[in-house]
Design a protein around this ligand. Structure first.
Ligand code: ZN
Ligand code: ZN
Length: 233
């Protein structure tokens, strides 16, 4: 079920403190006084509480210190603003990859500008591109990622090659699983493929904890269940 009542981060219930304390917002990193955290200690500030999906993705990817792009994606996917399916995943994919890519290199200051550019480019990729154009937006998101971190343009040579090649590789992984579309499955496949590609072509390792297990099968009417590589046993 979609998380509509509990903590935006983990879905668990809230606990009210006897006296207010300083807490750090999970998404934006700002510190506020609060008397309400979830049972696992998560705090989300009022401003982040009101943000739409793109805002939460932009804030969290800019502030997180995480280096596992799947872990960053899973935290975002649990926020109810990020729907089960939808074009916000076209931005989520490059944003989490940019976050992990620069965090692992100790260059977090670069993230803000790149993530902003990724958001603008991801808006060019409409929903349903997978079935209508034969070009899943999660795969396009990996191309946006490599284009931004290598500075590719339509006139580049090597950077142009890498940008198109990473999209091709991740799109193949997505295509070979067959439909119907699942923005969670395709996001996991795209990120995993992009991490392998980045290691092989740029020498930057973004470690991904395995196995990758999906927490959303009950929210997806078309879940492939045991035919999905991420279906929980
Ligand atoms: Zn929580
Ligand atoms: Zn916040």
């Amino acid at each position: 079920m979609e998380n509509r009542n509990g903590c935006l981060v983990c879905g668990k219930e809230f606990t009210y403190l006897k006296s207010p304390k300083h807490a750090t917002c999970v998404y934006c990193g700002d510190v506020h006084n609060t008397d309400k955290v979830c049972v696992d200690g998560h705090y989300v500030c009022d401003r982040c509480h009101r943000l739409p999906a793109e805002g939460i993705i932009e804030k969290y990817c800019t502030t997180t210190t995480g280096i596992d792009p799947i872990a960053i994606a899973r935290t975002l996917m649990k926020n109810p603003a990020v729907k089960m399916h939808g074009p916000e995943h076209h931005f989520l994919v490059p944003a989490v990859l940019i976050a992990a890519y620069y965090n692992v290199q100790g260059k977090p200051d670069v993230k803000g500008q790149k993530i902003g550019q990724a958001q603008q480019r991801a808006e060019m990729v409409n929903g349903d591109s997978c079935g209508l154009l034969g070009d899943c937006g999660a795969a396009v998101g990996t191309g946006i990622f490599i284009s931004l971190v290598t500075g590719a343009t339509p006139l580049s040579r090597e950077e142009w090659k890498l940008s198109n090649l990473i999209t091709a590789k991740s799109l193949e992984q997505i295509a070979l699983r067959g439909g119907p579309r699942c923005c969670k499955r395709n996001t996991f496949l795209a990120i995993r493929s992009a991490a392998d590609f980045t290691r092989d072509h740029l020498g930057i390792v973004m470690p991904i904890a395995t196995p990758i297990t999906c927490e959303f099968p009950l929210q997806n009417n078309e879940c492939l269940t045991k035919d999905c590589p991420f279906y929980p046993c």
